[in-house]
Write a protein that binds this ligand. Sequence first.
Ligand code: ATP
Length: 235
Amino acid sequence: MLKLIDVTVKYGSSIALHSVNLEVNEGELVVLLGANGAGKSTIFRTISGLLKPAAGEVKFMGQSIGGWSPDRIVKAGIVQCPEGRKLFPEMSVLKNLTLGAYIHRKDKAGITRSLENIYELFPILYEKREQPAGSLSGGQQQMVAIARALMAKPKLLLLDEPSVGLAPLVVEQMFKTIEKINRDGTSVLLAEQNAFAALQIAQRGYVIENGHLVLEGAREMLCDNEQVRRAYIGA
Ligand code: ATP
């Protein structure tokens, strides 16, 4: 479904990604593990079209999307939920959600159906729908951010560190919801520092260090890997 082939990305003259090869197959939930500054967000920004690869190719559903605008990439079915939520805090939860559906804005019935699905997935957002998004708790705001991304009906959802700053119990809930989103048919690429929780729900994963993918494999392999355990799981 998504394929990065030998992708190199630079900020000015400094190389942030070195010849990265990464794949997400249809229906998969894939985790991208790495420390601060390893290059996870750079991979996401490249997939979403905010950064252009200096070399290599980004393919989605068989098409080369490396030169496409972010807008066109969203319409093709890749939607990113950025790190740090980026909600409109003064606007109501409902308004934030409907903004997520802007590419389907003419399909009013479709938007209503999407909202119904969202409220089923996140019942609390129905209760809070008229409140300003900024008045919600951190975990609830993260739910709004994920829900807003879902309103665009992505084929592939990019989640950049959804657990950052959340209490452990909320993190657990968040990961259960992400697992459900994936089970309902959306492919997911999940960047996380919370390796333990992410590996519980992912089928496969990659480890990135200093812009290099250093390891890839099935969940079980990564969980058993000494390097992963020491660096990311703390066991
Ligand atoms: P974090 O979890 O902190 O966001 P990350 O794994 O997502 O980390 P990136 O943000 O992709 O890491 O950063 C990868 C490297 O690129 C880092 O060395 C970072 O300093 C550098 N970098 C990121 N954004 C820019 C930018 N706009 N200009 C120059 N260098 C940048």
